[in-house]
Design a protein around this ligand. Structure first.
Ligand code: SF4
Length: 121
């Protein structure tokens, strides 16, 4: 795991070069319009579509229990406040949060298993 200083430096890199944001994230569909419009423009998506691409469903978001435990060594800071849960960005190497996003976002593969018992129909 990175140090607190490296986390600060790499967070700033994500803000400066990868449009990490929004600064004050929210899951309300009308908040942070300017940010999500800009992300949509960069991705050639609508604002609504852009809002669906967040750290929480990014290929590089590591929120495993083991990684969450490792991140506890880095003190909670202002960037953590109000941004949802912590996850480690394996691409830009910093602690990101599930309500934010950045230009490096990539789709995470998702597997589902049907546990319903259709034999009871
Ligand atoms: S690469 Fe993915 S996990 Fe990392 S900051 Fe960007 S959107 Fe979040």
């Amino acid at each position: 795991m990175i140090s607190a200083a490296e986390n600060r430096k790499n967070t700033q890199n994500a803000i400066d070069n990868w449009m990490l944001g929004p600064e004050k994230p929210s899951n309300r569909p009308t908040d942070n319009r300017d940010y999500w419009r800009e992300m949509g423009a960069a991705w050639l998506l609508s604002e609504k579509e852009a809002r669906r691409q967040v750290c929480a469903n990014c290929e590089y978001y590591d929120n495993t229990p083991e990684t969450k435990a490792e991140m506890e060594a880095i003190p909670f800071n202002a960037f953590d406040a109000g941004a949802g849960f912590r996850g480690y960005c394996t691409k830009l190497k910093f602690i990101c949060h599930d309500l934010r996003s950045c230009l490096a976002w990539e789709r995470k593969d998702f597997e589902s298993e049907d546990m319903t018992d259709e034999s009871e129909d």
